[in-house]
Design a protein around this ligand. Structure first.
Ligand SMILES: C[S@@+](CC[C@H](N)C(=O)[O-])C[C@H]1O[C@@H](n2cnc3c(N)ncnc32)[C@H](O)[C@@H]1O
Length: 188
């Protein structure tokens, strides 16, 4: 499955200019007041790096992980154009969900990539006080669209229960461009 995913995403990223747009996701921008401006950040399934580069611009030391070499090459170009440093790591998260080093990050992002078994690693990977910021489409999305497939969608309310040891600072579920999004900011 992962090899097919890699090829699929490489094709998608190669076919378009900026598939996901230039700006960071709105959930990240809306929580700007909570984000650290120093320390280490990890962006899981970072794609073309809009969120990662935004964080690097805030002053964070950011690592962007994705299965797509094409997406990560675009992320590096974006970082260079923005005059910020960015570490990129091509990795299949499905093969190694526990790769996140414990107590290493002040911020961990996971936007629009569903892999439930990453949750314990995200919790463990945060330093005390660190934040997990996630945004995942829910099954309600299928009320307005045919895609993505249900296997890429969380149940309504599910994300609020992912992190047993973190304190939820913000949680919401709302529509954006006909995608129903579950969003959380949780703190260790
Ligand atoms: C919908 S995009 C989201 C990208 C970015 N987080 C954003 O919000 O714009 C999903 C991303 O997951 C990545 N991906 C898919 N399967 C993966 C895997 N097994 N390991 C790591 N990344 C994966 C894809 O390459 C793609 O960049």
């Amino acid at each position: 499955m992962s090899r097919q995913d890699r090829e699929k995403w490489n094709r998608r990223y190669a076919a378009r200019g900026d598939r996901m747009g230039e700006e960071p996701r709105t959930w990240l921008e809306r929580n700007r007041d909570l984000l650290p401006t120093k320390g280490r950040a990890l962006d899981l399934a970072a794609g073309e790096g809009q969120n990662a580069v935004f964080l690097a611009g805030l002053g964070l030391d950011v690592s962007a992980v994705d299965i797509s070499s094409v997406g990560l090459a675009k992320a590096r170009e974006r970082a260079q154009a923005g005059g910020v440093a960015l570490h990129t790591l091509e990795s299949d998260l499905e093969r190694d969900p526990a790769f996140i080093a414990p107590e290493s990050y002040d911020l961990i992002l996971c936007f629009r990539y569903l892999q439930r078994d990453l949750a314990p690693g995200i919790e463990a990977g945060l330093r005390p006080g660190g934040l997990a910021v996630l945004e995942l489409p829910t099954r309600k999305t299928l009320e307005r669209r045919d895609k993505p497939a249900a296997s890429f969608l969380v149940e309504a309310g599910e994300l609020a229960n992912w992190f047993v040891s973190l304190r939820t600072l913000r949680f919401e579920e709302e529509w954006e461009n006909d995608v129903n999004l579950s969003r959380i900011v949780a703190q260790k």
